[in-house]
Design a binder for this molecule. Structure first.
Ligand code: KG4
Ligand code: ZN
Length: 333
């Protein structure tokens, strides 16, 4: 039996979780800063790191208390080394190193995206080769895993991440932050009546979303020039349908080429109800591949997913050092 304490602080959630054998969540405490950043219309990095400092000790104590384990029972400390906001990462890393040093525990540095992928291990036995669509506020990546803990990025965004596009479009439509859940909900009341261009990108599995925001601003200006009222629900729905179709099309193309046993979606945007519906529909008649959609509690940032990835990394002998520093643009390999 291996019990891992994991810490995640790469963006605007301060989180600590205790997980047994990479699967059984004993506690999963997430302190979200969303209410504070909402006032600014997005995450303010300096504010985020200060709030992490204020909350981190309480979050760790609460995770231990809820799990009903003592620090002596913990086998290793997993923590997000990157990518993310440097100041935010630094707080979680310092806490992890402090605990590891005080109680003589091994450190396991984790890449944030591997955490999002391994969140799926809470609901399924992962099978390889596996293909993952990682979609969040900071990432849009297609990741091929030939085997356990082996990651190859086969496609990524050239500009904005998909979650970032949701957040920016929501700002243009005056819907507030974070934009993803707002656009998700409002799209149900609209239809995709505005025709938006699909961005062109060279790499077959690469993405580009920044042009979509510009196209929406232009569509709004055009409507206003013509004296028409902009239907916000239809605009939200048009954006969502265009953006999700791009994700789905590229995912299916990659499935055809790589022929994985399993396809998983991961990250905050995996919480999107329309995407879940489209994906389920596309995979429903296939018995050659399993589709795994993570439960809502482990789509957005949390530390249980860092523990899940940490458990596999630990089994593979991966260990961190006290010299490791926050790496905002950490590579997966
Ligand atoms: O994974 P996450 O919590 O943080 C990062 O690692 O970036 O993802 C946050 C992102 C935000 O951009 C948010 O707008 C988006 O996930 N998001 C959604 C939904 N819920 C959260 N996007 C679309 N539909 C949703 N229901
Ligand atoms: Zn994330």
């Amino acid at each position: 039996m291996t019990i891992i304490l994991a810490i995640e602080s790469s963006c605007d959630e301060t989180a600590c979780a205790i997980v047994r054998d990479g699967k059984e969540i004993l506690s999963n405490v997430v302190s979200s800063q969303i209410n504070i950043h909402t006032k600014f219309g997005g995450v303010v990095p300096e504010v985020a790191s200060r709030i992490h400092v204020e909350n981190i000790s309480t979050v760790i104590s609460e995770a231990l208390e809820k799990a009903n384990v003592t620090i002596d029972e913990i086998d290793a400390i997993a923590y997000t080394l990157g990518p993310g906001l440097v100041g935010s990462l630094h707080v979680g890393i310092s806490a992890a190193k402090t605990i590891a040093w005080m109680y003589d525990k091994p450190l396991i540095p984790i890449h944030h995206i591997t955490g999002h992928i391994y969140a799926n291990a809470f609901v399924a036995e992962l099978e390889y080769p596996l293909l993952a669509l990682v979609i969040s506020g900071g990432h849009t990546e297609l990741v091929y895993m030939k085997e356990e803990y082996d990651f190859e990025i086969i496609g990524s965004t050239r500009d904005d991440a998909i979650g970032e596009a949701y957040d920016k479009v929501a700002r243009v439509l005056d819907l507030g932050y974070p934009g993803g859940p707002k656009i998700d909900a409002l799209s149900k009341e609209g239809e995709a009546s505005y025709k938006l261009p699909k961005p062109k990108v060279d790499g077959i599995y690469d993405f580009s979303f920044s042009g979509l925001k510009t196209a929406i601003i232009q569509a709004i200006n055009r409507e206003e020039r013509n004296g028409n009222e902009v239907n916000i629900a239809n605009m939200a729905c048009s954006f969502q349908e265009t953006a999700l179709n791009i994700l789905v099309d590229k995912s299916l193309k990659a499935v055809e080429e790589y022929n994985p046993k399993m396809f998983v979606i991961a990250g905050g945007v995996a919480a999107n109800s329309r995407l879940r519906e489209i994906m389920e529909d596309k995979f429903k008649d296939r018995d050659d591949i399993k589709l795994i959609i993570p439960p809502l509690y482990c789509c957005t940032d949390n530390a249980a997913m860092i523990a899940a990835s940490g458990y596999i990394a630990y089994k593979h002998g991966k260990r961190g050092s006290f010299d490791d520093g926050a790496n905002p643009s950490l590579n997966m390999d």
